[in-house]
Design a protein around this ligand. Structure first.
Ligand code: FPP
Length: 243
């Protein structure tokens, strides 16, 4: 029996973020190079995007490459870039069919040109799609996103587009990479690590957290259902009290 049957279809989280972790350990257990884990992890990306779309999730944010991941061996970085390009090339057709819009979280100008070209094609092709937004964190850092937003706000104030009195917590969101999207309801982190690792710091303010020991290459749709069922049992008060 699938856990899908236990999900309340009227209480699906609108925005889910996943820190896809554990690829390296998954590969090591099999005496394989870390990149083998990333390859298997890419298959899970394909499946989880499809599952999220079917569930009616409005935004799915995946942490694919952080600003800190540049510290990894060059070979691993190039494999990750290659997998990203592979993902876009092999999935663009289905992404279009499913009416999914791709959005980047982060500054892609530091990525190799061939990767930027691929991403820019995907961004422009999918820009009018509106069933689900797939946010891909690439050269992303939460602190850097907030600093970047501050700079953009400064620019808009200088040019007169924004008045300082108009700036509040809501307005600030318009300067983040997730602008105009639903609040982040649920953050999922597999692989047993209990950290946020600089992902979506501003957006996480009232998110529910769900951790699991499953390694990302083993993260199938049933694990996602389990997270959502758990989310649906949470009592979200947003700092208030129950009615
Ligand atoms: C963390 O596992 C995973 C990453 C840094 C990369 C995630 C990337 C993918 C799943 C594939 C490419 C992405 C897309 C969107 C197609 P780790 O290497 O830190 O694992 P470890 O903690 O076990 O060493």
């Amino acid at each position: 029996m699938s856990l899908l049957e236990n999900i309340d279809k009227n209480n699906i989280p609108k925005h889910i973020a996943i820190i896809m972790d554990g690829n390296g350990r998954w590969a090591k257990k099999r005496n394989m190079p870390r990149t083998f884990g990333h390859k298997e992890g890419t298959k899970r990306v394909i499946e989880i995007v499809e599952t999220s779309y079917k569930l009616g999730i409005k935004s799915l944010s995946l942490y694919a490459f952080s600003t800190e991941n540049w510290k990894r061996p060059e070979e691993e970085i190039s494999k990750l870039m290659e997998l990203l390009v592979y993902y876009i090339r092999s999935q663009l057709k289905i992404i279009m069919k499913n009416n999914i819009k791709i959005n980047v979280l982060g500054d892609i100008s530091a990525l190799p040109q061939f990767v930027q070209d691929e991403i820019n094609t995907a961004l422009s092709k999918t820009k009018d799609n509106d069933k689900m937004i797939l946010n891909i964190g690439l050269n992303y850092g939460g602190r850097s996103e907030i600093v970047n937003a501050t700079k953009l706000i400064h620019k808009d104030i200088e040019s007169g587009k924004l008045k300082i009195e108009e700036l509040d917590e809501e307005k600030f969101k318009d300067y983040l990479y997730t602008r105009y999207q639903d609040e982040l309801d649920l953050l999922i982190r597999p692989s047993g690590e209990l950290r946020v690792s600089n992902f979506l710091l501003y957006q996480l303010a009232y998110s529910e957290f769900w951790f699991s020991d499953v390694l990302w290459p083993d993260f199938d749709e049933e694990v996602l259902y389990e997270a959502i069922i758990d989310f649906q049992k949470r009592n979200r008060r947003f700092g208030g009290v129950n009615a």
